[in-house]
Design a protein around this ligand. Structure first.
Ligand code: HEM
Length: 132
């Protein structure tokens, strides 16, 4: 069994990630994302679902569509500081909590996702808001 299946496969991850982007859409980091990010089947949702399917050993969906992940490079256009990463992780943690993901795999899942989120930080925190 691959990790994707241990996480619950499509049946768990699709609603989990849909819930995640609904939370993102009403979060302080929503302006970083394209409008409609929280709508059903949004492109951002589809990219994330495809990426995680590849990443966790499920059906290969991202690479044939989007090519090499190069995640850090793809995130460089967006100002991601520690606060943004924390907000992103708070949405993800909340979505995992209300999901059907098996309880025994949740901590490992969130730890690995957190490591990726930390690696996406590409700006220093800017107390009082972003510099112009
Ligand atoms: C640290 C906080 C993060 C922020 C603020 C952030 C923000 C964004 C934004 C604004 C986009 C562009 C949306 C779009 O192209 O539709 C994006 C794309 C993406 N993000 Fe993140 N992201 C973060 C962390 C992560 C993490 C941890 C992962 C993976 C576990 C991830 C995976 C992706 C993927 C797969 C895409 C689509 C890339 C593409 O094919 O164009 N992101 N992210």
């Amino acid at each position: 069994m691959n990790t994707w299946d241990l996480l619950g496969g499509d049946a768990v991850m699709e609603p989990l990630l849909a819930d995640f982007y609904r939370r993102i859409a009403t979060s302080p980091i929503a302006p970083l994302f394209p409008p409609g990010v929280g709508e059903p089947g949004s492109e951002t949702f589809r990219k994330q679902f495809a990426f995680q399917s590849d990443f966790w050993g499920g059906p290969v969906r991202y690479a044939p569509w989007r090519g090499h992940p190069r995640m850090r490079m793809r995130h460089l256009p967006f100002a991601i500081d520690q606060a943004a990463a924390d907000t992103w992780m708070a949405c993800m943690t909340a979505s995992v909590e209300v999901s059907a993901m098996p309880v025994e795999v949740r901590a490992d899942y969130l730890l690995q996702i957190r490591n990726i989120a930390q690696a996406m930080i590409n700006r220093s925190d800017t107390p009082g808001g972003s510099a112009p």
